[in-house]
Design a protein around this ligand. Sequence first.
Ligand code: ATP
Ligand code: MG
Length: 426
Amino acid sequence: MADALQAVKGMNDVLPGEASLWQRFEDVARRVFAQYGYRNLRVPIVEPTALFVRGIGEHTDVVEKEMYSFEDRLNGERLTLRPEATAGIVRAAIEHNLCYERPQRVWTAGAMFRHERPQKGRYRQFHQFDVEALGFAGPDVDAEQIVLLARLWRELGLDRGITLHVNSIGDADERRAHRQALIDYFERHAEQLDDDAKRRLHANPLRILDSKNLAMQAVIAGAPRLLDRLGGASRAHFDGLQQLLADHGIAFAVNARLVRGLDYYNRTVFEWVTDRLGAQGTVAGGGRYDGLFEQLGGKPTPACGFAIGVERMVLLLQEAGTAAADAPAAYIVHAGEGTQRLAAIAGESLRDAGVDVVVNAGGGSFKSQMKKADASGARFALVIGEDEVAANTVGIKPLRESGDQTTVPLAALASTLAARTMGSEP
Ligand code: ATP
Ligand code: MG
């Protein structure tokens, strides 16, 4: 036998047992986004490298060491597998003049790529659901997105395990003023800085606040707070957001250390955090990026958005014991002359009636087919033998509760099953 190949490190297969929880998350998320008028938009996985360097910022972990970049073999173009979705969405919005007539609420979903150290909740290919409000100055839309996420957690049954942190990182001028204070402070504590921090001290000191290095948390905790130096407009924006969250009854903690890992943010930043996933506790994060359109060559366009990490959501759903719901309602077993044809007809008529059904394929004895029916998780086995063919009937055998096999005419099968699978008595 040839050596079996393996998936790339940090890039995971999602097998059917787990994929059903992914689908549960995806279905609920799509539904909630629609409830707030967010519309789907899709952008490429590969973008010009320059988009991320300009958008995310040169001195960020993502751009400095995590991007999968390569040269197009045919024309030498520098390309990158997207590490996040916002830059691509903004590029698309500029390219297609999406906000020309009115602001836009959009969402997208898909794989992102970052060359990180793989561990639970942190992978090299991972998946995000990404929501963006383009052309809105806020703070109403900032609050709307947080309220939307609170609803999503409720719908998923996860609202008790996730807490909200918010902060304001002000506007560019305020960050410039704060920058020197940060540099002075960290220079006084240079012996406590790691190599990354030393390197970024003069290029982008705000980034030091986002360090994951535990040894640096104490020095970070003592750093001057941008939150204390906000100008009037930023302050009013942040106060407005907090008022709206309070109006909606949403609990939050103001976390003055929260800066987020990407440079494009300004004013509002937020994260939803859980203590149930160890070090990888942030399940969703986002904020405002009023300067990004201009930075990428577009007209000034205020905007706000967030991303949800799907793998971490699935881990939370597993941890909460959420049941996968992808079993068919019925599994048709059939053996004997003429039974395959009746099984196929019965299967299609059930699907017409909205009942999910698996028809046994590949033959086998009744006994072995019944084992497969049981393993499928179906509530009912539908039994078709030569007697049933002769009488044009189907046997219904409950698999998950006690009860004898009953027989119904084929013509009554769909309505009988539909009634029995709609939660009424089996
Ligand atoms: P972290 O602080 O955990 O590194 P981040 O701030 O880099 O996250 P964002 O860029 O804001 O994350 O991405 C939004 C969400 O995407 C995160 O909250 C997380 O749920 C998820 N995420 C980010 N990186 C990864 C990864 N390497 N593997 C799995 N999920 C990830
Ligand atoms: Mg990160």
